[in-house]
Design a protein around this ligand. Sequence first.
Ligand code: NAP
Length: 271
Amino acid sequence: MRIDQHTVLYAVIGHPLGHTLSPVMHNRAFEATGVNALYMAFETKRLEEAVNGLRGLGIRGCSVTLPFKSAVMPLLDDVDPLARAIGAVNTIVNRGGRLAGYNTDAAGALAAVREVMEPSGSRVVILGAGGAARAAGFALKEAGAALTIANRTPEKGKELARALNAFFAPIDDLRGIPADLLVQATSVGMHPHRDRCPLDEALIQAPVVMELIYNPRETRLLEIARRKGAAVIPGLRMFIHQGAAQFRLWTGKEPPLEAMEAAVLAALEHP
Ligand code: NAP
């Protein structure tokens, strides 16, 4: 890869960033499509200065991750209506010094679901009410699914259910709630707590089970769902598709999905 005076810089900001897979994914995408660009991770707690830095240095685009996805919104010039409804921005596009915020987690979740099923008219149970659940929830709602939100903290779950015009159910009381698709959007089961599962095995009954966690690639919940014969959607599918949507916004080109996936898989295998 040649870095010269024409190289355009992209970035991710947040903290911690020690395990982020975005740099390997995007740098491979630039390489595969011949875009003269570089993507760097900037671990920072200084959000406002980082955002000003995007303007000052002409950094063309930026991923935004925890804990800044909501806090970044008032610092931008424009926020896309879907990102505003979700209440989170994970992507900034710098158009000549004007910063616009988008949420590609929503598009990523929907594209991952559509690889396996069409959500329109389906019954979906979402576990969790954090940022990832909100993004997946808004996308699936827009696509015409009927949603039930189940969350450990009822207040947060009910609030999201209200925003989505969805039902609410306590996470330990899902018996009898029918689901064509179960979406696991809590952080339970994330590395290093790989043996944990947010649901009782008996309650994992949907014919399609989507996991949002991508490290580990195969969570306990996915293992159980596979064993029970469900079609599974691993968290990596959403991760790749949200990155692909970022690539489209930044470059206007079609993302090289296979190259991006190969880069992420290699990085997960050799951290
Ligand atoms: P978040 O905003 O912190 O929300 C965490 C959610 O997990 C909340 O609903 C929380 O419930 C629940 N939770 C945490 N600990 C729990 C426990 N011990 N028992 C039951 N519920 C528990 O996090 P987030 O940003 O939504 O991320 C959630 C997961 O999605 C993470 O693993 C993240 O890596 C993943 N993610 C994946 C992608 C992708 O592209 N695949 C994109 C974004 C996020 P309370 O409300 O009760 O606290």
